[in-house]
Ligand binder design. Structure first.
Ligand code: PLP
Length: 497
């Protein structure tokens, strides 16, 4: 095990132990103490029918309030979170969510606004949504935005349905969607859900879309290309203008997965590159926390000619009045109850308003700088399969460490002992043994240096003592669970009979 001499705030490993509530407690303990009541006890049997009365429960632990508070507080600290330490997941943009966003989302006028309240009494919430649409249009260069989709993948499906509806409105039926082999798994899934056959375009040696292959694959049966820019290697598709021209020339449209917008916002408008449809991941780029699966928001932006097909209701302004427009005869319909995940929209709105145009650009620049700092500092220890210029994230692999029998999973597990969440591993699929690091703009140089130092010391240990990796992590409560079994046959009961 690596001994770490650096003094580092926060946790080192996950050193916790906590018995189940059932093993705590002592008969007669209570979580409350109240004076005896002046109201006489009533036998419930005289008030309720027998089948409404619960029988006694055996084995319930008897605990004080403090026992319960400490138990759950300690359990909550077993979670690794962005509030506790560095979380360098690539592709997922785990940036810090400023507390102000939470305060705004909790304002009673917003958080308790019932979606059935009439339009005339909902002007503030509608204005917020309308302005958020405008900001996203400004940042992306798209002409219209729907805030409804609940996540990136949902935005992809919505965007593909819009493309399909547009093609059908022109009497066209196309069957294929092209996508690079570096695509996120949700891209083929969303296209397939919309009835399309997915055709893969290989990446070239530089990690870019292979242009020769694109030219031969793009045909009149292809509805769209679905690409990610910068792609999941963190690299800007430098042929983007030519790509969009090739696809448009054959009557297809260009869908851009906007999950990596953190690398472009304030610097480059995706709409100016010939993209027709773009989704935003508000929970990534615009800071809502999304560990553990939600909630998110995946608004979709489109060019003018696609706007009639966006979901209803669309939030619009008429003079001084904000309204929900349901009267869109060509719309693909509703994709989400009410107006989408409103609380996430409030957080994204707050984030954009507090940064302003200059702040948005600076966040982007810092995210790119931070990723490149890590890349330069670690490129001697860890192999870079695509060494070209990259933006907000960098993808290493385990080629050097494999020489000693240490693989990506071992490196990720050892990093837990150093107090860091492992980066994204084994994605993108085109990189064997990928280690994908995205620091985001939130992290200070000190934190990045601590991470770099931990990664360097792991690389050294891989050379000197590769066997030590087999049982890593050593400091966590659980070392190496059988991950397949944990997912398929989780043990959720305390007493499994
Ligand atoms: C996260 C991500 C998605 C999917 O977004 P969700 O909001 O998780 O549904 C799609 N593509 C890329 C590149 C991503 O990183």
């Amino acid at each position: 095990m690596t001994q770490n001499t650096v003094h580092r705030p926060g946790i080192k490993g996950l050193i916790c132990d906590e018995p189940a509530l059932f093993d705590l407690g002592s008969p007669g303990r209570k979580a409350y103490s109240l004076p005896s009541s002046a109201i006489p006890d009533v036998d419930p049997e005289t008030l309720l029918p027998p089948d409404e009365i619960r029988g006694p429960i055996d084995d319930l632990p008897e605990l004080t309030e403090l026992d319960v508070v400490r138990h759950f507080t300690r359990l909550s600290q077993w979670n690794f979170s962005i509030d506790g330490n560095f979380y360098p997941l690539g592709s997922c943009t785990m940036k810090y969510n400023p507390r102000l966003n939470e305060d705004m989302a909790r304002l009673p006028g917003l958080s308790q606004h019932h979606p059935y309240v009439p339009e005339s009494l909902s002007q503030g919430s509608l204005q917020l949504m309308f302005e958020l649409q405008e900001y996203l249009m400004e940042i992306s260069g798209m002409d219209a935005v729907s805030l409804q989709p609940a996540a990136g993948a949902h935005g992809e499906m919505t965007g593909m349905l819009v493309i399909k509806a547009w093609l059908e409105s022109r009497g066209e039926k196309r069957h294929k969607v092209l996508m690079p082999d570096s695509a996120h798994g949700t891209n083929p899934a969303s296209s397939a859900l919309c009835g399309y056959d997915v055709v893969q375009i290989p990446s070239d040696a530089e990690g870019q879309i292979d242009m020769a292959k694109l030219k031969t694959l793009m045909d009149e049966d292809t509805a769209a290309i679905m690409l990610t820019n910068p792609n999941t290697l963190g690299m800007f598709e430098k042929n983007i203008l030519e790509i969009t021209e090739i696809v448009h020339a054959k009557g297809g449209l260009v869908y851009c997965d906007g999950a990596n917008l953190n690398a472009l916002m304030g610097m480059c408008k995706v709409g100016d590159t010939g993209v027709d449809v773009l989704h935003f991941n508000l929970h990534k780029t615009f800071s809502t926390p999304h560990g553990g699966g939600g909630p998110g928001a995946g608004p979709v932006g489109v060019k003018d000619f696609l706007a009639p097909f966006l979901p209803v209701p669309h939030i619009e302004r008429e003079g001084e009045r904000y309204l929900c427009n349901f009267d869109k005869p060509q719309s693909i319909g509703k994709v989400r109850t009410f107006y989408g995940n409103f609380g996430v929209l409030v957080r994204a709105y707050t984030y954009i308003r507090t940064l302003g145009p200059d702040g948005i650009r600076e966040a982007c620049e810092s995210a790119v700088l931070n990723a490149n700092y890590i890349k330069e500092k670690l490129k001697n220890e860890y192999h870079l399969p695509y060494p070209g210029p990259s933006l907000h994230e960098c993808v290493f692999n385990d080629k050097e460490q494999l020489k000693h029998g240490v693989k990506t999973l071992d490196i990720a597990k050892m990093l837990i002992d150093h107090g860091f969440h492992p980066p994204t591993v084994y994605f993108p699929l085109i990189v064997k043994g990928a280690l994908m690091v995205e620091p985001t703009e939130s992290e200070s140089k000190e934190t990045l240096d601590q991470f770099i130092e931990a990664m360097q010391s792991i690389a050294k240990e891989a050379e000197q003592n590769p066997k030590s990796f087999h049982d890593a992590p050593y400091l966590s409560k659980v070392s190496r669970p059988d991950e397949a079994r944990a997912a398929r046959k989780p043990v959720l009961r305390w007493k499994s009979a």
